[in-house]
Design a binder for this molecule. Structure first.
Ligand code: MF3
Ligand code: CO
Length: 263
């Protein structure tokens, strides 16, 4: 299988696209409050992406997905569909997953938001999920094996008594939404291709409080935990550089650098 390597022009475009994706996640924060409907959040993001940034929301119409972003609350693991009858409430943990296309280049990122006062255990779930993503960035550099990412994530998550969802993985990204390679968030001996300078891919661990098992709802999209445990996810689009990596979807308030030097 072919590893798609980005050239300088591609990388420039990925940075432009990634900044828009990051800006959506920064912009939406003040709206994540009790009693707002998830459709209202979707509409605010849609207008921002299309009108303000002249970009395209990649989820809209993707395999017939009906909305512009995914919103996944509490026991929803991923791919929650915004709905005008679904309202945020105090104590919810909410993942907003944003993918945009700008000048034909895709980027993809997501993060968790807290609605009002959130249980300590659920806050810890979100923090550990974010930390697992951040820790994995330290192993990204040319010639390292791609399965080191999942190894680091799984080890850290299981040490903290949470579980890693196995059914969904990160992916190469560029002029297509989902490209080779698959980025698993758990260790797999066979997932051993080498990272190369100029590769771009997402890392997007989904982590559950109880078992890792998931189920798909009748809408064909919404993925929930089987046992009702809560689930968190963080996602970034990453570029492999000559000596480490760059977070293409880095947001201003993140407490980690945009550029990692790992050699
Ligand atoms: N951001 C998700 C991903 O990583 C998007 C899922 S496709 C959608 O692939 F249509 F549900 F949005
Ligand atoms: Co993704």
């Amino acid at each position: 299988m072919k590893k798609k390597i980005k050239n300088e022009f591609d990388i420039k475009q990925m940075r432009i696209s990634g900044k828009i994706t990051a800006n959506v996640l920064e912009m939406i924060k003040p709206y994540i409050i009790p009693d707002i409907s998830t459709e209202d959040i979707n509409q605010i993001c849609h207008n921002y992406i299309t009108l303000k940034k002249k970009a395209i929301p990649a989820c809209l119409g993707y395999n017939n997905f009906p909305k512009s972003i995914c919103i996944s609350i509490n026991d929803v693991v991923c791919h929650g569909i915004p709905n005008r009858k679904l309202f945020l409430k105090n104590g919810d943990i909410v993942n907003i997953d944003v993918s945009v296309i700008k000048n034909d280049y895709y980027t993809d990122a997501s993060k968790m938001f807290f609605v009002g006062k959130v249980d300590k255990k659920n806050k810890i779930l979100c923090k550990k999920t974010r930390k697992s993503l951040y820790l994995s960035l330290k192993c990204i550099k040319p010639n390292n094996k791609i399965n080191n990412i999942g190894k680091i994530i799984q080890k850290y998550i299981e040490k903290n008594k949470f579980s890693v969802v196995k059914e969904y993985c990160g992916h190469g990204i560029g002029k297509k939404f989902h490209e080779f390679p698959h980025i698993l968030h758990f260790y797999n001996k066979k997932n051993n291709i080498k990272m190369k300078k100029g590769m771009t891919f997402t890392i997007e661990p989904m982590v559950n409080t109880k078992s890792s098992y998931v189920k798909c709802m009748n809408d064909g999209w919404t993925i929930k935990t089987q046992d009702g445990g809560f689930s968190a996810q963080y996602e970034h689009t990453i570029l492999v550089t000559k000596n480490g990596c760059e977070i293409i979807t880095h947001q201003k308030k993140e407490k980690i650098p945009k550029i990692f030097i790992n050699i």
